[in-house]
Design a protein around this ligand. Sequence first.
Ligand code: F6R
Length: 251
Amino acid sequence: MPEVPSYRIFASSQSASTALAEDISQLIRSRDSEERTTVLGLATGNTPIELYKELIRMHRAGLSFRNVVTFNLDEYIGIEREHPESYWQFMHSHLFNHIDINPENIHIPDGMVAADNIESHCSAYENHIEEAGGIDLQVLGIGRNGHIGFNEPGVSPDVATHATDLNQVTINDAAEAFGGAADVPQRAITMGVKTILGAQRIALLAFGSSKADIVERALTSGITSEVPATYLQSHPDTTFFLDQDAGKRLS
Ligand code: F6R
């Protein structure tokens, strides 16, 4: 029987983000005390912004990221790092530029890699994760179509980092940021479900009423490729951090 992920419903997105930031800070401090690095898997999007603000606040209060290695979930194909909507740009402006992480420890798929080299780039990404000792804690958001990373409906659970077409719901959700659906990249590189399920611990953040239906399906429907987040039901240590709106369909 699959283990259903646990979930915690917080009074607000801020308190959910603070709780996860505290978990991350404890993890970093405990690994530091063992002189080990901490490997974090990170997400972009609106949902983790408060988490990153909180981590920056904790850094200013003394938390060091010198021994932290990060791997981002995904990046759009065909846009430069400097593009305002690139995930490289997002991560630097929302987190990396404000903490003491070693730039060499930051890993984000390269959306500008030549088409012929995408496959080798993806397998190198997997190798880097393995060489770093695997992901200790993976932060996730969830798309309204149930995607995690850019693992869109229909994806197999056995695929590692790969290039994928974006689903129409994903493109529509990104349209405003890109000034119209026509300008949203059609493809992305993403960690696979297999990569995500390889993390020791997974924390999925979801906030707001627009996520309530998909959160309910992710937690309560059987495992189905149509809702990739249901694959998390087969992971032994996954917690959903929800605000009241995102958790309103759960008893
Ligand atoms: C981002 C990512 C996506 C988002 C999801 C939710 O790196 O992989 O799966 O987590 O699309 O996005 P927001 O948080 O903007 O609702």
